[in-house]
Design a protein around this ligand. Structure first.
Ligand code: SAM
Length: 316
């Protein structure tokens, strides 16, 4: 029976010094040394006792320690920078092999094989006892969440195991956008894309000063639980196109954004969308509900079925 809590270890700060791990600006590396803070991030994931956790971008392993101390049965870490291997190996040894290290780029990693198949649950069941946690550079976390939302929609990649929950950090403004409700000035494309597929909770913010070196921005921790039923029943790519177009003119009436879904000489389709959905054309995008986006997507999809060339029409 392996120990659940780690034995006494050199601090993460000491590890950085011992192995000469200077943060690489190019990889946007900012480390968390405060174990109270890494514990707080990990608590947002829920009860990790006996769970499998995939941690993306562990760096020197501050969050990894908190995941292990929370009682995770196994942690798979995916790290791009091989300089962190010795510090991660130290954690693997100290935890009786509860850490598996995968060196590589998480954006290209095949997440389907990250958890054993025996953990898989049906989509309509409770989420499986498998979690993704990570404090990645913002240049990686934003494209990654879009990639993962597409996988939630299609139930592929890591979501072939069921409704795997995610606890991730973002630039504070992105965290606000992800969770913004109707009428919130931060309401944007990301709000709709995330919330139609997941329950999204912006848990708390971490001041930039808590990181070493200090980034120019503050950080928000966001928790995602995939919904059993998405709030929009159209293909992900189609929804993305509709939402991107409508938010293209953030401060204008939504009619303007709907117009760019169609060629200039097909404004009759815009009238059709507004008539069938009953949406007031003078509403600004931030005031549209997810149900409004659902109805716009449905009508747009039916027009695309009648006139397939519309689907590939690109305003740009
Ligand atoms: N999680 C650690 C912490 O909180 O102290 C390190 C955070 S640092 C902001 C981001 C980490 O992600 C770095 O270790 C960096 O090397 C790693 N990383 C950056 N891009 C990555 C990618 N595409 N795939 C995997 N790891 C990546």
């Amino acid at each position: 029976m392996s120990r659940l809590r780690l034995p006494p270890l050199p601090t993460v700060r000491d590890i950085i010094q011992m192995y000469g791990l200077k943060a690489e600006k190019q990889l946007s590396q900012n480390f968390l040394f405060d174990l109270n803070l890494t514990d707080k991030i990990v608590r947002q994931a829920g009860n990790l006792k006996g769970s499998y956790v995939c941690e993306v971008g562990p760096g020197p392993g501050g969050i990894t320690r908190s995941i292990l101390n929370a009682g995770a049965k196994h942690v798979i870490v995916i790290e791009k920078d091989s300089r962190f291997l010795p510090s991660l190996q130290l954690l693997s040894e100290a935890s009786d092999g509860r850490v598996t290290i995968q060196l590589g780029d998480v954006l290209k990693y095949n997440m389907k094989k990250v958890f054993p198949n025996r953990l898989s649950k049906d989509w309509s069941d409770e989420p499986p006892n498998a979690h993704i946690i990570g404090n990645l550079p913002f240049s990686v976390s934003t494209p990654l969440i879009i990639q993962w939302l597409a996988a939630v929609a299609n139930r592929t990649s890591v979501f072939s195991h069921g409704r795997v929950q995610l606890t991730l950090t973002f630039q504070k403004e992105v965290a606000e956008r992800l969770s913004a409700g109707v009428g919130d000035p931060q309401r944007s494309r990301l709000s709709i894309m995330a919330q139609y597929l997941c329950h999204v909770e912006h848990c708390f913010n971490i001041p930039g000063s808590a990181f070493v070196p200090k980034p120019d921005v503050d950080v928000g921790v966001v928790h995602f639980t995939p919904r059993i039923e998405p709030l929009i029943h159209c293909p992900f790519k189609l929804v993305e196109k509709v939402v991107r177009s409508v938010f293209h003119f953030r401060r204008k009436y939504c009619r303007r954004g709907i117009e760019i879904l169609f060629p200039y000489d097909h404004q009759d389709f815009v009238d059709e969308v507004l008539e069938v959905t009953g949406i007031d054309p003078s509403t600004t995008p931030q005031w549209l509900t997810i149900d409004d986006f659902s109805r716009i997507s449905e009508v747009y999809m039916s027009i695309c079925e009648r006139y397939p060339a519309i689907r590939t029409y690109d305003y740009r």
